[in-house]
Design a protein around this ligand. Structure first.
Ligand code: AMP
Ligand code: MG
Length: 409
């Protein structure tokens, strides 16, 4: 049997990091920058007021106090976006709103809260510091500086920066388009009545959600039965929308294991056994004229879930231009004894939590009670995968174990 590490590296070799293109701002969220973004503008682009108040000559107010307020005539009104240049002579002031351009001459803003709010004449009871409440041109971003470096993941904050410096497009790799297809004659769409021997289809929803959480664009193609022609048609039909295809089911040793049957014929997909539990039967390769990568996961829901986290997630990260690092691990004190088959690495669904303060290891881990690869209810609470190495058949309660922390937890 193949090791987990070998399978991960074979899968990573299956895909190459896509070329970057100029992506419109609207499509940039969640992508990774392929080059630096240099600002062509300064932020702020002009000196402007940080407050609603009055633009003044600070020197006029040095003596202002509640006992001896200074009165200034208000000679202009400057709203945000005002295009007309205004000049203020000493002894005068302009009413000004937050973000409005500073008039020439004025060197400070007095917040409206320090005044009587007058519109013809204003009474000021406090001195103003020169430069006070004025946002200077370029104090945030100087024209010509790099605001985002290559390799930056564009999240909400980065989107704000890009728009603020006026970028319409960015050099980035488009989000990978993942198409998810499940197979199984027994499957029924959730919400419909179940017949005898039938079960609700859950894998495509679960894997589509996981791929979305891994930052991809996902098309859930749904499911098809175990008829080879139907599977073949579905695979051909979905290629147009796929940068990568992920299937579940039909890859074990059964008579109706249709994915294996159809794809083995084509000769571009390899089926293999990986020394892990759950998730032993795995397949990978390419299909169609464009050699679209395909990863075929086993059908048991827990196997499909664990296989996605171990194998598909790093591949999707590589396609996004990110480091295809495995899940982050922590060391944790085990709550109950667990067992594992000799020669296979177990990934047991578990709940990992912070240990009490002062504990020797920083986490505790409680494996789910039902670990069968068909028993998926515990997936709902699972936030980690407890690792039992290949040569270990039992980990006693109280021992220290490695736990992979699932994304989003
Ligand atoms: P297979 O790998 O196709 O033999 O499926 C293994 C087990 O997983 C069987 O019990 C299937 O009924 C179940 N299974 C397969 N695909 C799905 C699916 N999409 N949703 C829920 N269960 C599934
Ligand atoms: Mg099946």
């Amino acid at each position: 049997m193949k090791s987990v590490e070998q399978h991960v590296s074979d899968l990573l070799a299956l895909v190459s990091v896509p070329e970057a293109t100029e992506l419109d701002l609207l499509r940039a969220h969640g992508t990774v920058l392929a080059g630096p973004v240099v600002s062509e503008v300064s932020l702020p682009g002009f000196d402007n007021s940080a407050m609603d108040g009055y633009a003044v000559h600070a020197a006029d107010l040095t003596q202002a106090s509640p006992a001896a307020p200074v009165r200034l005539p208000v000679v202009a009104d400057i709203p945000a976006g005002d295009p007309s240049p205004t000049a203020i002579r000493p002894g005068m002031c302009a009413r000004i709103m937050t973000g409005a351009p500073m008039p020439t001459g004025a060197d400070a803003v007095v917040p409206v809260e320090w005044t009587d709010g007058g519109s013809v004449q204003v009474r000021v009871e406090r001195p103003a510091a020169p430069g006070g409440f004025v946002r200077r041109r370029g104090e945030d971003v100087e024209e010509g500086v790099t605001v985002l470096r290559a390799g930056t993941l564009i999240g909400a904050g980065e989107m704000g920066v890009l728009a603020a410096v006026g970028r319409r497009t960015v050099p980035a790799r488009p989000l990978p388009r993942v198409v998810v297809l499940s197979t199984g004659e027994e499957l029924v769409e959730p919400g419909r009545p179940l017949g005898p021997g039938q079960i609700y289809e859950s894998n495509s929803y679960m894997i589509a959600a996981a791929a979305k959480e891994a930052g991809c664009e996902v098309h859930r193609h749904g499911f098809v039965g175990d008829d080879p022609a139907g599977v073949q048609d579905a695979l051909e039909g979905l290629l147009l929308r796929a940068d990568i295809v992920v299937t579940t089911g039909g890859v074990s040793m059964g008579v109706y294991d249709v994915v294996k049957e159809v794809l083995t014929r084509q000769g571009t997909v390899e089926f293999t056994s990986v020394a892990m539990q759950p998730g032993k039967p795995q397949g990978y390769g390419t299909i169609g004229p464009d050699k679209t990568p395909i990863i075929t996961l086993p059908g048991n829901p827990v196997s499909a879930f664990v296989s996605f986290q171990m194998f598909v997630r790093p591949v999707l990260r590589k396609l996004r231009g990110l480091d295809p690092a495995p899940l982050p691990g922590v060391r944790a004190r085990l709550s109950t004894t667990v067992t594992s088959p000799q020669g296979r690495r177990s990934y047991l669904r578990a709940v990992v939590a912070p240990a009490e303060s002062g504990a020797e290891v920083a986490h505790t881990v409680a494996p789910a009670v039902r670990q069968g690869s068909h028993q998926l209810s515990a997936l709902a609470d699972t936030n980690g995968l407890l690792v039992v190495p290949e040569q270990v058949t039992e980990l006693p309660a109280g021992s220290i174990a490695d736990v992979l922390v699932l994304p989003g937890h």
